[in-house]
Design a protein around this ligand. Sequence first.
Ligand SMILES: [Zn+2]
Length: 64
Amino acid sequence: MAENEQMICYRCQKELQPAKTYLSYLGHSFFTDMLKCPECGEVYIPEELVKGRIAEVEMQLEDK
Ligand SMILES: [Zn+2]
């Protein structure tokens, strides 16, 4: 039912828009699509995504 779930900026009450965002974590950097408020530029980073990325990075580090 919540297929068209839209994130709303809690400050501006605007719909967040997907935008290419540059992230860096522990020396690793990558571009990814993040939901961003067109008004104030606040980026919403889903917890699951962050955890997934971090797990990925940690796995790569352990590999070496
Ligand atoms: Zn905003």
